[in-house]
Design a binder for this molecule. Sequence first.
Ligand SMILES: NC(=O)c1ccc[n+]([C@@H]2O[C@H](COP(=O)([O-])OP(=O)(O)OC[C@H]3O[C@@H](n4cnc5c(N)ncnc54)[C@H](O)[C@@H]3O)[C@@H](O)[C@H]2O)c1
Length: 262
Amino acid sequence: MGRMADKVALVTGGAGGLGGATARRMAEAGAKVVIADLADEQGRALAQEIGAGYEPLDVTSEGSWARVVEAVDRRHGRIDVLVNGAGIEGDFVNGSPETTTLELWRKVLAVNLDGTFLGCKHVLPVMKRAGKGAIVNISSMASYLGTPVNVAYGASKAGVQQLTKSIAVAGSRGGMKIRCNSVHPGVIRTRMLDEIYRQIGQVANVSAAEAEQMSLRQVPFGEVGEPDDVAWLILYLACDESKYVTGSEFMVDGGWHLVDAR
Ligand SMILES: NC(=O)c1ccc[n+]([C@@H]2O[C@H](COP(=O)([O-])OP(=O)(O)OC[C@H]3O[C@@H](n4cnc5c(N)ncnc54)[C@H](O)[C@@H]3O)[C@@H](O)[C@H]2O)c1
């Protein structure tokens, strides 16, 4: 029996780097995985490869969430695990406090924070029926740091960090054991990270590879992490091995948080 035998797991951003790795590890561990994403083609392809289900989802839309949660609940009769992994990087070129347009600010907050809130909101009633469940929210190391070149992203991830604690307390009321934890990756090799290095390189007038080397000076391990480095942690937080863990924050960052970044 796998670590997630028979658990029903809904993974948003499951067509992407971290969500995709998480979906794979969960499927291998015996979970019935449903990938949900905007990127239908990649999402369906991965779902087929790993024997998962797929649901089109725009995390910013409450109606979209209601439809997906209802569909998964109808098919499987419950949802044991929600991974809020969908996210966008914002803008490292025009993202300072003075250059961030209200439109950009709202876009980043809508996906990263509203999307996570709506997922928690719609899955909680389903988990309440069982009296237990596990929600894992992907925040970022950016939630701990000033992010002066991308203010919307940092604010959205700090919001996810705090929301996680409120959900954890709400999920423990009346004897319930609905756990909620946040994961804070540093720099992990995905499409998003490649795009971030491209943008930082553009601003600094260096190549993306040089931007990467500059950023790795802040990371004691001196290298970028792999999606599985995050996926294994999420797997732990999703399965019963972590049954006494809730409202906690977990960094996966090669030691970045140990370094004075001033
Ligand atoms: N890669 C890193 O270094 C890193 C570091 C810290 C935090 N994160 C966070 O991890 C999460 C996953 O990022 P990733 O690196 O895998 O990036 P990614 O771009 O590979 O994956 C993000 C996924 O989210 C989906 N998505 C975007 N908007 C959506 C929407 N409105 N509705 C549904 N799906 C949507 C995309 O289609 C994509 O599949 C994000 O929240 C990101 O902020 C990543």
